[in-house]
Design a protein around this ligand. Structure first.
Ligand SMILES: Nc1nc2c(ncn2[C@@H]2O[C@H](COP(=O)(O)OP(=O)(O)OP(=O)(O)O)[C@@H](O)[C@H]2O)c(=O)[nH]1
Ligand SMILES: [Mg+2]
Length: 207
């Protein structure tokens, strides 16, 4: 990488119920491996992934949080200054989708207002011939400005796509916000003069 090429680093947090496959998704994405015996995360773990989007190097700092209820209160530590959140549920267990809704509510109240969100319906390999119903999840995702991806950490389906979508949106957003910050040069021939100081009227008295 040339020293002139800026590296864009973004913080991404994974949230979702226990055992939905958050760690498996990250480990598949970063190391391209999968374990049937993936152990439950304690507190959180951290991995980074470098990718290049349209010639622009991007680094994702990925915080994979623990989904077990007893770790719920730690959430804000990880999402507080996150640029993006990937909300994960298990498409074979509708209760885990309720947990996604809960996290989204919490993010909408507590996280950065313009946090980028995406939803992954994981474990698609467990459902034969696409018999899963993602209509509700899809319209919910649209209602919160997120995209829904059907993934399988086991088979690798949809993994690159979901992380790429998040990184692309983050890069786009950053580009838009920095473009807005480029100072506009003053137009030639215009002299800006301070307003004349206003003279206070004498106090009214005794009418
Ligand atoms: N069949 C199948 N199993 C999966 C998939 N993703 C994860 N698993 C399995 O589901 C179990 C839980 O996966 P984890 O990745 O540990 O889930 P987690 O969301 O990180 O769980 P916590 O760390 O407790 O929050 C493990 O036995 C995984 O092997 C998948 O896409 N397909
Ligand atoms: Mg985990």
């Amino acid at each position: 990488m040339s020293s002139k090429t800026p590296n864009h680093t973004f913080k991404l947090v994974l949230l979702g119920d226990g055992r939905v496959g958050k760690t498996s998704l990250v480990v598949r994405y970063v190391n391209n491996v999968f374990s049937e015996k993936q152990e439950a995360t304690v507190q959180a773990s951290y991995l980074t992934k470098r990718l290049v989007i349209g010639g622009v190097p991007v680094t994702l700092s990925i915080w994979d949080t623990a989904g077990q209820e007893r770790f719920h209160a730690l959430g804000p530590i990880y999402y507080r200054d996150a640029d993006a959140a990937l909300l994960v549920y298990d498409i074979t267990d509708s209760d885990t989708f309720l947990r996604v809704r809960k996290w989204v509510k919490e993010l909408q109240q507590m996280a950065s207002r313009d946090i980028v969100m995406a939803i992954a319906g994981n474990k698609s390999d467990l459902v034969r011939s696409k018999k899963y119903d993602i209509q509700e999840a899809e319209s919910y995702a649209t209602s919160i400005g997120a995209r829904l991806f059907v993934t399988s950490a086991k088979s690798g389906t949809g993994i690159d796509e979901v992380f790429l979508e998040i990184a692309t949106r983050l890069l786009q957003k950053k580009k838009e916000s920095t473009e807005g910050l480029i100072p506009v040069p003053p137009r030639k021939g215009i002299l800006i003069v301070d307003d004349e100081p206003e003279i206070e009227p004498p106090p009214k008295c005794c009418s």
